[in-house]
Design a protein around this ligand. Structure first.
Ligand code: IFG
Length: 386
């Protein structure tokens, strides 16, 4: 359908009835994706996106034949999914956001609605509850979850790594069991992301024990564990998936365990990175990422010891420390997400920057008709309708 849609004039993308009949030549399309996992991640914790805006993104990613939507549902600044057995997680832990503004959360009905909306567009939702670090929102919601029994205040800043679950306390595993049980029950897809990134407050032994225990909880609920690349130092089931975000971390240990890899190199596809020094939104710790940086690389060439057979696919995370509403999210995602979509779909030999930038230029009328707030990168000769 998306291939057929791309053959239609951009005028059909305007809301409302199509003015006149549209014809296309009779043709035969033979096409198939290179990678199975073609995704993006929305960080709805640092800033919350209401369900209607998440559905808007599902429309836009399915237009580009992406098929995975990873929702970063819990972090230090916000817990965004209702857990019935621990109601204060969303009520208190979801009450604010970076900068101290209003937060929000998805009821389980909202989440089920998003999952169904995505399924009808061939997009699989992959929920993430980040742990053992990035957990201040949970710790602030239940004093009993803290080793000292004292709940920290809600956090509205942008530091990372300062929080950690009390990994040697039994209550922590009752909490994890309940959260994973409830989330698994409303997630038809096979994957459950447990984060695992940026842990500064635990020893390696504590971290390893924790991840391996959480992996068995995920497995007991019939799901496959996904985690950021820090988990590759632990003993993983071959069905687990490791999301490589740090280009300098070798996937050798993970590949040796037979796990599959998603590549999200922060210097190529972290969509919260500024386009250039003039970009108002975004961060710059990983360097600026213009459209060409997001396009001119290949997952199979990232690491010498990463065979293409281990690469499940590619995913572009959009962290929202500085990204507040849907128009900000769209501005950071487009046009770079179109580059990532082509990396996920097309054979490497078919990807040539000078050719891609012209095809991208031709998307301007279509994206404008769809009302996408895309960044007019100076690298692209945008063909705006007069
Ligand atoms: N790294 C953190 C994110 C976010 C990001 C912002 C990962 C896996 C920096 N962890 O990327 O939570 O703060 O660019």
């Amino acid at each position: 359908m998306q291939s057929l849609r791309q053959l239609l004039p951009s005028s059909v993308e305007h809301p409302g009835p199509v003015a006149k009949a549209v014809t296309i030549p009779s043709l035969r399309v033979e096409d198939a994706p290179r990678f199975t996992w073609r995704g993006m991640m929305l960080d709805v914790s640092r800033h919350f996106l209401p369900p209607a805006d998440v559905k808007r993104f599902i429309d836009l990613i399915s237009l580009h034949k992406l098929n995975r939507l990873h929702l970063h549902l819990a972090d230090d600044q916000g817990w965004r999914i209702e857990i019935k057995s621990w109601p204060n997680l969303a009520i208190h832990g979801g009450s604010t956001a970076v900068g101290g503004g209003a937060g929000g959360f998805y009821t389980q009905a909202d989440y089920a609605d998003i999952v169904e909306y995505a399924r009808r567009r061939f997009v699989m939702v992959v929920p993430e509850i980040d742990m053992p670090a990035h957990t201040n929102a949970a710790l602030a919601s239940y004093p009993g979850l803290n080793c000292d029994g004292v709940a920290p205040p809600l956090y509205t800043g942008v530091e990372v790594g300062f929080s950690a679950l009390c990994v040697d306390a039994d209550i922590t595993y009752r909490f994890i069991e309940d959260v994973i049980r409830e989330l698994s029950a409303i997630t038809p897809g096979p994957f459950l992301h447990i984060g695992g990134d940026e842990v500064k407050k635990l020893s390696d032994a504590q971290y390893t024990r924790f991840i391996e225990r959480v992996q068995s909880v995920v497995q007991s609920h019939g799901k496959l564990m996904v985690g950021w690349d820090e988990i590759s130092s632990t003993r993983l089931l071959p069905t687990s998936v490791v999301q490589f975000w740090r280009p300098n971390v070798s996937p050798r240990a993970a590949v040796a365990q037979g796990v599959r890899i998603i590549v999200s190199p922060y210097n190529k596809v972290y969509l919260d990175m500024k386009y250039d020094s003039a970009t108002v939104l975004g961060l710059s710790w990983a360097g600026n990422i213009e459209v060409r940086d997001a396009y001119a690389w290949d997952p199979a060439m990232l690491h010498a010891d990463l065979p293409e057979s281990s690469v499940l696919g590619v995913e572009a995370p959009l962290w929202s420390e500085t990204v507040v509403d849907i128009r900000d999210f769209e501005r950071m995602a487009f046009p770079r997400l179109a580059a990532v979509a082509e990396i996920g779909w097309s054979p490497a030999r078919a990807r040539v920057w000078e050719e891609f930038r012209l095809r991208l230029a031709a998307q301007a009328p279509r994206w404008s008709a769809l009302g996408i707030n895309f960044y007019r990168s100076p690298q692209i000769p945008w063909r705006e309708a007069r």
